[in-house]
Every structure is written in C-alpha cells, then in structure tokens.
Ligand binder design. Structure first.
Ligand SMILES: NC(=O)c1ccc[n+]([C@@H]2O[C@H](COP(=O)([O-])OP(=O)(O)OC[C@H]3O[C@@H](n4cnc5c(N)ncnc54)[C@H](O)[C@@H]3O)[C@@H](O)[C@H]2O)c1
Length: 332
C-alpha cells in the first residue's frame, strides 16, 4: 500500500527523484508495478536492489518485520535509506541499526514519522519552541480512527497507533519519554470482542511533562487527530482541519477527515520531497533519525508491558551515540 503510494508521489507529484528499481517478496506484484515505470528494473531480492549501481537511495516500505535487514544492507552499501515506521519491530533490532550507522560514521537512515512534516504540527512545534505561552506542562492527545480490521490487536493501539503520538511528543518537546502507563476505560460495543478499545496511554517525559493519549479506533465519525499543549500562560493546539465551515439550521461545524490518507497526504508529500532534496544535496538526512526510530520502539515496548501489567513502566535507553549529537537526542 504505502510503497505504491510513495511511487505515485515520486513519479507524479514530487520533483528530483526517479524510481529506477523495485522489489517485493511477491515478485508478480513487483513486476506489475514496474511495468508502469519506464526503465525500472525488478529484483527478486531486496538486497540485490540495494547493491545495484542504478540505485542511489532506498525506500523500505515492506512489512515491518523485514525492515532491519534492508536498512542494515543500505548502511553497508553507504546509501541513504528512508524506512517506513517502525524502524524495526524490537528495541534490540533498532539498536543494531543505530550501532551499524554509528560504525559507518555517517547519517544515512531516516524513519517515516510523517507528522513532523504536517503544516499544523510544524506550527505547533514553532509555538512551543518560541514559548509563546510559556513552557509546556501537560499535553492532551487523541488519535481516533473510524474503524479497524479484525486483525487489529489491543497491542496495535500502542505499537501501530500511539507510536505516532510517541514520536510527536519527543519531537515537539525535544526530550525523551522516560515512562509509560496504560489505562483501560469502559469498552465500546463497536469494537471486536478481542479488542480493548479505547485506551489511555500516559507518557512521562524527562522534564516531567505528562501526556495523555486517547486511542479510540472504532470512533465511527471520522479520523480525528487532536493535540493540545497546556503551557504556563495559555494553551496551544492543532487547529481544526482545513476546508470550509458551515453555519446552517441553527448549527455550525466543519469536516472531519475520513481517513489518515486524507488527513496527512500533504505531510507525506513534504516528507519525501525533503528527503529527495537532502539526498540530492548529499548533506545527510535532516528528518527523524535511526535514534528517533529506536527511542519510539523502546517507548512502545514499555507501553506494551504497561498494558499487560497495569503498572508504570520505565523506558530504558542505551547511551546516545555522538552521531545523533544534539545532546537531547531528538532530531529537530
Ligand atoms: N507512516 C505511516 O503513516 C505509514 C502508513 C502505512 C504504512 N506504514 C508502514 O509501512 C510498512 C508497509 O505497510 P503497508 O500498509 O504498505 O503494508 P502492505 O502489506 O500493503 O505492503 C507490504 C509489502 O511488503 C511485501 N513484503 C513482505 N515481506 C517482504 C520481504 N521480506 N521483502 C520484500 N517485500 C516484502 C509484501 O508482499 C507487500 O507487498 C509497514 O511498516 C507500515 O507500518 C506507515
């Protein structure tokens, strides 16, 4: 899904990039996709694509459990690699990628946390950085999906859904999340029998900011992403979605996006355009780093333990390598 969407944006929307090769474990699918890309080669093995002289930079959009091997191969070939989130499915696998990149001594890896490229989130970060209403104290987030497939598990609420808020909080505040806790509110009757929905995921940051993330994945009415930062002398929040607002028949209101694609399509465009520009300039990646991917997976792992135990679970991170060197470790 997302791989073909990135091909569409590189070939039809963005400038400066060309898709010269594709690979998928489903070879027939790769061939079908390549048939619509003039001159593109098809490789049976992802590693052979990465090694190919026709390939300057790599996007990894395969299933999450396969990310590690392709990212490690790209680092071995010293080629820039954009990896869809998650960087890898375990904290240990992410740590192996961080070590390999550190050993290579050059920043090659970017992780697909696309909300950092959303216009509203960027404005929110600007307001926090400038302290327009003082220092942040509390953040209220909501991540609401209209529905999810039956294959979606309660753990997915942390690992696949709240992971975006986890990355955003680290980025907005420029500091690490040090502990998690998960609460289980009354279940909605709209959820599958096996699913605890909604959840409240609580995050604690190094400076003591407390974040509550409501995850509701059967909310019916639309795809709704909310984030309000409570500061010392005011609050700052994501605005309501773009588009028109109505006043009619004694009511007022606007539209709620139908899906994450509607809500974040421009963010994906900006994300991949900036990555292409960085790769073309050869100045190293400027987006979310392997360290950001590692930290997000470590927080998710703490959240999964907190979900099972009902307890507060600390996030344990390795010492941060100098390569990621802002001191606080969170890429701007
Ligand atoms: N940033 C975001 O908001 C966002 C959105 C959607 C998906 N994603 C991420 O992108 C990744 C792909 O998600 P998707 O929804 O496109 O999944 P998908 O199932 O539609 O596509 C995955 C593809 O990977 C292929 N594949 C599986 N194992 C492989 C292997 N060993 N080598 C090569 N190809 C292999 C499959 O055949 C399939 O074509 C996931 O990690 C997902 O979390 C991120």
């Amino acid at each position: 899904m997302i791989g073909q969407d990135h091909i569409r944006r590189i070939t039809q929307v963005l400038s400066g990039g060309a898709v010269t090769a594709v690979s998928d474990v489903d070879h027939g699918r790769a061939q079908k996709v390549a048939a619509a890309l003039p001159g593109a080669k098809v490789f049976q093995q992802g590693e052979d694509l990465i090694r190919s002289a026709d390939v300057d930079a790599v996007l990894v959009t395969s299933s999450a459990a396969t990310h590690e091997r392709y990212v490690l191969e790209a680092i071995a070939q010293r080629k820039p690699v954009f990896c869809e989130k998650p960087l890898a499915t375990t904290t240990q696998a992410c740590a192996r990628i961080v070590s390999a990149e550190e050993a290579a001594g050059v920043s090659l890896v970017q992780v697909g946390f696309m909300r950092r490229y959303d216009h509203s989130y960027r404005a929110l970060k600007g307001a926090i950085d400038e302290q327009t209403v003082g220092a942040p104290l509390i953040i209220h987030c909501a991540h609401r999906n209209p529905s999810v497939p039956d294959s979606y598990l309660t753990e997915s609420a942390v690992v696949d859904t709240a992971v975006h808020e986890i990355d955003c909080v680290r980025w907005l505040l420029g500091e690490e999340i040090v502990a998690t806790r998960v609460f289980k509110p009354r279940r909605t009757r709209k959820a599958s029998a096996h699913l605890q929905d909604p959840l409240i995921v609580m995050l604690e940051t190094a400076s003591g900011v407390i974040v509550d993330v409501e995850v509701s994945v059967n909310i019916v009415y639309g795809y709704d992403i909310r984030c309000e930062v409570v500061c010392e002398s005011g609050t700052v929040a994501l605005g309501e979605a773009a588009g028109v607002a109505y006043r009619r028949a004694n009511t007022w209101g606007g539209q709620v996006p139908a899906s994450w694609i509607d809500r974040f399509v421009r963010a994906y465009d900006t994300e991949i355009q900036e990555w292409i520009d960085d790769v073309t300039r050869g100045t190293g990646v400027s987006g979310p780093t392997a360290w950001d991917g590692y930290a997000a997976t470590a927080v998710c792992s703490s959240g999964v333990q907190a979900l099972a135990s009902g307890e507060r679970v600390e996030v344990l991170l390795l010492p941060q390598p100098k390569l990621y060197g802002s001191g606080k470790g969170v890429a701007k």
